[in-house]
Design a protein around this ligand. Sequence first.
Ligand code: G3P
Length: 219
Amino acid sequence: MIFVNFKTYKEGSGEKALSLVKAIEEISSQNNVKVIPCVQAIDLKTISTSSKLEVWIQNIDPVEYGAHTGSILPEEVLEAGAEGTLLNHSEHKVQNFEDLKMMVARANELGLKTLIFASNLDELSKVCDLAPTFASYEPGELIGSTTTSVATAQPDIIAKAVEITRAKGIPLIVGAGIHSSEDVRKSRELGAVGVAVATDIVKAQDPKKELLDLIEGFK
Ligand code: G3P
């Protein structure tokens, strides 16, 4: 399983986002590996209606219908076709744990899946108590690296992350600097069920080629 986080890269926005989703769809349909584009709120409806892939959004806010100017309403995310939401990414940290709890509760009420990010093992343990669909260990300092991945730099920490998540029955995703089939293979050997990736796919000259390489790590 590969989560592709489109972030707010130019290459992952608007028309470019749609063409990237089409490329991902082509490659994932030819291989037996689930790939989930995680897109911006503004692109969600266009992409979900144009693609057969399961599409996720990058965030929701802990609000209900009402006076919450600028918020991303979970109900509308569902209506726009998302099947799940990323939460607490290190680029969009939730400052208050009660808010994160409410985001997961709102997602659960509506049937939206959740992936909560954690930047360290203490945080990972805490977010697993919220029983998300997936938890992800992603050290902020390696995000965006094209040379060093969490899999090569922190195998011991991934192994501990696997212990924590397994004990709580949550599948682990790892991310940060993932850019090769070897990174994926290593992560899976250590016990992760999948990876979260951005740079390697979203900013690639040839995203299909890079995705095929990552998919090799599942074989
Ligand atoms: O959510 C995944 C993302 O933060 C990883 O980014 O650029 O290191 O693949 P990157």
